[in-house]
Design a protein around this ligand. Structure first.
Ligand code: SAM
Length: 207
């Protein structure tokens, strides 16, 4: 069972997304929720609980749907923390309200700005120490490989990296294929595509 407050917010965002999909021309793309599917949320939630994840980094938060699924997975962990990045001010305001309503704000630190710049700051702050249990990549698809290379020094051996939209929408496949080929060439990475919702590339850092 998902906590009542959390479930209410998740369902509210799902309703917003359904409305956007049914009325695609009523809203600018930059204002759309564009969240992972519910099954993907449940998938990562189970995965994060099974590895007792503590520290999570998300690249591409939008209004916080995926972030809330991650928060639900780590909320009982006293050291649980999520750093999440986005550059869209309107979405950040919506995410803050969603986190507040879901009662998970204390677990989440929002970093505002261009993801590559923020990642460089985070790298400095963490001194490249391998402290992250999970990284989720879901921002501009053109830069997935750059995001992967920027975060990999920060991931613990045994830590996981997930990336969304590997299979759909088809217009992203040019970039996500590059990402998949890129990660699978790395010696210390094992990786597989999971055909759930829009398709997830799930990778483990072996050493
Ligand atoms: C697909 S949405 C993220 C959805 C979210 N992970 C979820 O499932 O609920 C992508 C988000 O990435 C953000 N984004 C895109 N490019 C970015 C960049 N270069 N730096 C920071 N954020 C970026 C967009 O503003 C957008 O909110």
């Amino acid at each position: 069972m998902v906590d009542f407050k959390i479930d209410n917010v998740l369902k509210r965002i799902e309703d917003q997304e359904k409305f956007e999909q049914e009325n695609p021309h009523d809203m600018l793309n930059s204002e759309k929720v564009l969240a992972i599917g519910r099954n993907t949320g449940i998938f990562y939630n189970i995965l994060l609980q099974s590895i007792s994840a503590k520290k999570i980094l998300e690249i591409g938060m939008s209004v916080g749907y995926s972030t809330i699924w991650f928060a639900e997975a780590i909320k009982k962990n006293p050291n649980g923390k999520i750093i999440t990045i986005d550059q869209n001010k309107k979405k950040i305001e919506r995410a803050k309200k969603n986190f507040n309503d879901a009662g998970v704000s204390d677990l989440i630190e929002i970093r505002i700005g261009d993801a590559l710049e923020v990642l460089s700051e985070i790298n400095d702050e963490l001194n490249s120490s391998e402290s992250l249990d999970f990284v989720f990549i879901d921002a501009d698809k053109e830069r997935y490989t750059q995001y992967f290379d920027a975060v990999i020094p920060l991931v613990k051996p045994g830590g996981l990296i997930g990336a969304d939209n590997i299979l759909y929408p088809k217009r992203f496949q040019k970039f996500t294929n590059l990402y998949v080929n890129h990660v699978r060439k790395k010696q210390n990475i094992r990786s597989v595509t999971i055909p759930i919702d829009n398709g997830e590339e799930l990778s483990i850092k072996l050493s």
